[in-house]
Every structure is written in C-alpha cells, then in structure tokens.
Design a protein around this ligand. Structure first.
Ligand code: K7E
Ligand code: CUA
Length: 656
C-alpha cells in the first residue's frame, strides 16, 4: 500500500513537472504559427455584428458572460448566482429572492456548464441553463431578455458538477452530484463513507412552453463522484451518461486514494425507463428542503418558495435502467457525438482515449454479458462496449466536442493542446497548442445533433505571459481556432471574466430576432409601479416609507422629498417611464447599503435606504441617459427621529 502510494505520488509529480515545463513556452514559439490572413478572419468592422454568440461560464465569478465570435468582444455579463452591483441583481428587492436557498441568502456560486435548450436535437436559442456547483443550483436564463429568470436548488446534492446538460427536446436538465454525501444528510463519522454515502443524479423537468423547472426524480446512486455528463441523442435519446471517479469511495488524500482503480465507470442511465416508472407511481417521496426561485417578467419581481419533498428512485427498483461502463482512469469529460453512437470518456490519467459504442452497449445488455456488479448495478465488460480508442493522443485529456463532419476535438490539459481526431478510425489528424493548460472547448451547437463546425473556442486555465501583467492575478483566457479546414488555425486570444469552464455557442440569427428591446409599461404589474408622474407619491406607514418614483429624460418625479426621519426604512420604487430602446436610468442614494439600480424602460425596481444622519442628502441617475443626465438629481431631507417635519414631495416647485 505504502509502495503504491509512493508510486502514485511519483506519477503525479511527473505530471506536475510536465505541466509547468509546458507552460514555460516562450513567446517566440507562440506567434510563429500565425498565418497572414488571420486578422481578417476575426475582424468584425465597426457597426457589423458577429456571426455567433458565445455564452462562457464565469466559474468562480458565478456569472455567465456573452461574447461575439469571431471577434471575441464581450457584450454582457449576465448575473446568475452572484450579486452584481452593475445591474443591481441580488441587491434590489425584486431579485434578492433569486439567491435564496435552504442555507439562507447565498450571493455567490461557482458556475461551470452552460447549455442551450434544444428542440428535436438542435439548439433552439430559447434558454441557457447553468449550474451552481457550490450550493447546488440550476439557473435558467431567458435569451429574450438575457436575464436569469429561474433558479432551483438541488437537495441531496453536493458540488453540483455533472450539470446542467439538457436532453434533445429539453425534456430534462440534469444535475449530478460531484461529492457523495449522507442521504438524507445526518451527523455521522467521515470514515464510514464507504457504502454509506450516496450520489444523487437529479432530473429536472422543463415545461415546454415557459421553461418552468421542477424536480421530476432523483436517482440515488452508489457513493462515487459524478463528474460530468451528457445526454444521448438520436439513437441514444432516452439515455444519459455520467462519468464517475473515486469508485474507490475514498475520503482522504483523494489525489492518491481516488486514483487506485484501473478503471472507473461511465454510468448509463435510461431516464425514459425511470420516467415511466415514476409516472406509474414508482419511487419514494423523501422529506427535503430546497428553494425554487422564479422571476416574473410582468411584476419584474422574483418569489422564492421552499419545497419540502423530493421523489427519489433506487436504481435497483428499476431493472434495466442503470449500467456501468468501465472507463479508464478517473475520467473527466463525458461527451456524446452528434449521431448519439459514440460516448467519449476522457480518462485524465489514461494514456489512451476511450470511446464507447452505444450499439455495442445495447447488445451487451441484451445478451446479459456482465462483468459483475457494483452495489447491484450491472457492470458491462470493457471490451464488449469499446468502440475504439485513440492511441496516445496527448496527456491529461479533459473534454471533447464535435464538428458534425465526423471529427472530434479533445483538450489535453497537461500537454496543453487541442487534438483533432476522426470518429470511427480513431486517427489523430491535427494538433494545435493552447496557451496554456486548456480545460473545456466549445463548438457552437457542439452538444447537439447539429454542430456549427466553423470555430472552436478553447478555454484556458493559465495565461502567464500572454497579456500585459496585472499583478499576481492575471486574466484567464479563451482562444479561437478556425476549424473549417483540415488543419486547425489559431486566430485569436481573448480574456474572459472569471474562470471559463464550459461555454455554449449559437448562430446569432437564432437569438438576435428574439431579443427584447424594452418592457411594455402597460404590462407592468409591479405592486409599487407608478405608471405616470401623476401616480408618484410618498406614503408613510409607521417607520416604513414607500416612495413611488418615476424617471424620464431627464428628471426624477418627485425630485425633492421632505419629512423622512432618522431610523426610517425608505423603499424607493422606481419606474422607468421610457418606452425607447436602450434608455435605462439608474438611481443611487448616498449612504444606501446596496447598489445603484439600473432600470430598463417600462420596468420597476426597488432599493431600501435607512438614513442614519440628519441632513439634506442627494440622489442621482447613474446611467448617462441624455445631454442633461448630469442634471438628473434630487434631494431628500432627513430630520431627527422625533422631528415633526411634514411628509411632502414635489417636482418643479418648492416645498413650502
Ligand atoms: Cu472545468 Cu467541466 Cu467544471 Cu472540466 S470542468 S475544465
Ligand atoms: Cu437618467 Cu442619467
């Protein structure tokens, strides 16, 4: 055992050494490969639009950023799991409920895997889903407003990593746990992990018209780590595949102890079968506690509901629903090709890349050729399900995408490259270096039956000398390659927000026409909306004051308020009366313990101000909205708590 430990440690240190020597590639070698026509391939002239949208996860920023391809220009950072002072998300009263969880208000998460909704196996540009790893959640972003409109917490999960991938008609978005834990959670010794901890794989149904999410069932699996997942498609539609590591069920010094088994598994889950089982009354309702947060576009407000139970399924109760495919060795990525036939398991510590065949898997199941079982779940024979392997393609394979022309592209973290290989013949046809240490890669539509195989974006973990230095923390980065030819061509580096993990891309034409320009004021059902200046007012209710305020170029109504007292809780409800595209107003109040608001045309937003000091305090518009933006300002007079200054407000005249 000691010896094994030593040799594993030795192997790991070789890997570390390889990583670092690769990262010291000098600047000489890195630009040498660029051909002369590169600039024009990424140049999008002023006023022109990009051909693709790319939604790149923000990793530990908890957000999702929107870029254009091929330019690499950043258009927007969509706040999802983290508070964002730029947009008031998670600060204003309307969106605070979005960040509610069973652990209370959690204003941060670690977001990894965006995935765009699909219809008939093709991306449809309606929504993008993304996972929060840390406090397990899945969010849905509406691609007509580019706003987060729903977040559902995942109970019985921990480190929601094999998530949030969608099935080919968006029947489900899936959330697999990275860490196995006691289910239900309870106080128990960590050393008793093995055999007692469990891993949940959660299937969240998506209502086809509005995308409303609901947990349909949770499969309670053996206590492995469920790393990544992808849906079957085409012939394998109805199945879902999850890579596992730590089939050793170790709970300490994981870098060694979870790397003992020569093979871990890909879990193949026949979700259609389980769906049928639960539709016929199968499964066990378990007490749970999780938040379901929904943003309503007509009230411009979110509500948070705590849910109290979840339907769990024991895989042994549904024979034929779950199988294990042996896969070397601590696989990370789990990727399915556009035809649905090939399942690529990228063993991080394996020399070769393993590709499983869906057809062979079905044959083996049919013939009941099993190599044993794990906690009662049948294990198939490696050789029986193997479609082929790519021999020694690189070091440290992580993720694979497809171009729809029979080619696959795999990232190699340690040898820091993207390798192009052919499905079916398994031969390597090209390789290009990445700067440096690439994680995921993305081809628009790459997780669907119809990829748009023109570009691949590699998302790198380390940049070192690629950009101007910015102190110890330097930017993370993406790289764009042209893959329209036989050989890949590096076109562009561009920095990213947070750490990019996965991304999802779509042709601009799929999303652009659906993009909303403003909110209709008439449809505004916010309970504190003032839809005209005539409706503006200030209402006191004990120590609570509600200000119904409006904005229009270039003033607030009212712009002077008196009669506020120290110790009051003042709610500013601001309605933006504009009905023009791209005319938001902002509002900020001195000393408010929150962010500004940024209010879109037709929208109402609210912040709370608790004045601590007597005086006359200004507020102003934060968004440069007109030539007279700088005049868009007002005052609030704050009197002592026991003063009898009457409550009055005005616009365009003095308060007498
Ligand atoms: Cu970064 Cu998909 Cu979370 Cu691999 S994961 S890199
Ligand atoms: Cu309104 Cu600046």
């Amino acid at each position: 055992m000691k010896k094994l430990l030593k040799s594993t440690l030795a192997m790991l240190s070789v890997l570390v050494a390889l990583t670092s020597c690769n990262n010291s590639t000098t600047s000489d070698s890195k630009s040498g490969a660029l051909a002369g026509n590169v600039a024009e391939k990424v140049y999008v002239a002023p006023g022109e639009h990009d051909e693709f949208y790319a939604f790149i996860s923000g990793g530990f920023s908890g957000q999702l950023s929107v870029y254009g391809l091929p330019s690499g220009r950043l258009f927007k950072v969509i706040p999802v799991f983290s508070q964002d002072a730029e947009k008031a998300y998670g600060y204003n009263e309307e969106t605070k409920p979005m960040l509610n969880t069973s652990h209370g208000f959690v204003p941060w998460d670690d977001s990894h895997h965006p995935d765009i909704s699909q219809t008939a196996g093709e991306i449809d540009g309606r929504w993008v889903f993304i996972n929060g790893n840390n406090t397990p959640r899945i969010a849905k972003i509406d691609l007509s407003t580019f706003e987060t409109t729903e977040i559902i917490e995942i109970p019985n999960s921990a480190g929601n990593h094999s998530s949030s991938f969608v099935t080919e008609n968006t029947e489900y978005v899936v959330a697999g746990t990275r860490f196995s834990v006691p289910i239900p959670q309870r106080d128990m010794p960590i050393k008793d992990y093995k055999g007692n901890f469990k891993g949940s794989l959660t299937f969240i149904s998506v209502e086809p018209e509005h995308g409303h999410m609901d947990i349909k069932f949770q499969l309670i699996m053996p206590g492995f780590d469920y790393d990544l997942s992808h849906p079957g498609r085409g012939k394998s539609h109805g199945w879902f595949f999850f890579t596992t590591y730590n089939t050793e069920e170790a709970s300490t010094l994981m870098e060694v102890n979870a790397s003992q088994n020569d093979k871990d598994f890909i879990a193949a889950v026949n979700w259609k079968k389980i769906e049928e089982y639960v539709n016929n009354g199968g499964g066990t309702m378990m007490a749970a506690n999780y938040a379901h947060n929904v943003y309503d576009e007509s009230t411009h407000s979110a509500t948070s509901t705590m849910k109290k139970e979840v339907l769990t399924v024991n895989p042994l109760d549904v024979p034929g629903a779950v199988y294990f495919l042996p896969t070397p060795k601590s696989p990370h990525g789990c990727d399915v090709d556009p035809t649905g036939e090939y399942i690529v398991g990228n063993g991080k510590l394996s020399a070769n890349l393993t590709v499983h065949s869906f057809t062979k898997m079905l044959d083996a199941i049919e013939n009941e050729k099993f190599a044993g079982d794990a906690y009662g779940i049948p294990i198939l024979n490696f050789e029986d399900v193997l479609a082929g392997s790519v021999e020694q393609p690189g070091l440290g394979p992580l993720h694979t995408e497809f171009d729809g022309k029979g080619n696959a592209y795999t990232t190699f973290f340690i040898s820091s490259e993207v390798v192009k290989w052919k499905l079916g013949t398994w031969e390597v046809v090209d390789r290009q270096p990445c700067y440096y240490s690439v994680g995921h890669l993305m081809i628009p539509g790459g997780n669907s039956r119809k990829p748009f195989g023109k570009y691949v974006v590699a998302m790198n973990k380390i940049t070192k000398d690629r950009y101007l230095p910015t102190g110890p923390e330097v930017t993370q980065s993406a790289q764009l390659y042209d893959i329209s030819g036989e050989k890949m061509q590096l076109l562009l580096d561009f920095p990213t927000v947070g750490e990019p993990h996965y991304a999802a891309g779509a042709p601009a034409d799929l999303i652009k026409p659906r993009s909303k320009k403003l909110f209709n004021l008439e449809d505004n059902k916010h309970p504190y909306a003032a839809k005209s200046e005539a409706e503006t007012k200030v209402v006191r209710d004990g120590k609570t004051v509600h200000v119904y305020m409006t904005t229009i170029r270039s003033h607030f109504s009212p712009d002077n308020i008196e009669g506020i007292k120290v110790g009051d809780k003042v709610y500013f409800h601001i309605t933006n009366l504009e009905q023009d595209y791209d005319v938001p107003h902002g509002v900020s109040m001195i000393g408010a313990n929150t962010s500004e608001l940024l209010i879109m045309p037709g929208q109402t937003e609210t912040f709370v101000w608790e004045p601590k000091q007597e005086g006359v305090w200004p507020f102003y518009c934060t968004d440069f909205c007109s030539a007279l933006h700088q005049e868009m300002q007002g005052y609030v007079r704050v009197s002592a708590a026991n003063a009898n200054t009457p409550l009055r407000w005005s616009l365009g005249e003095d308060i007498e």
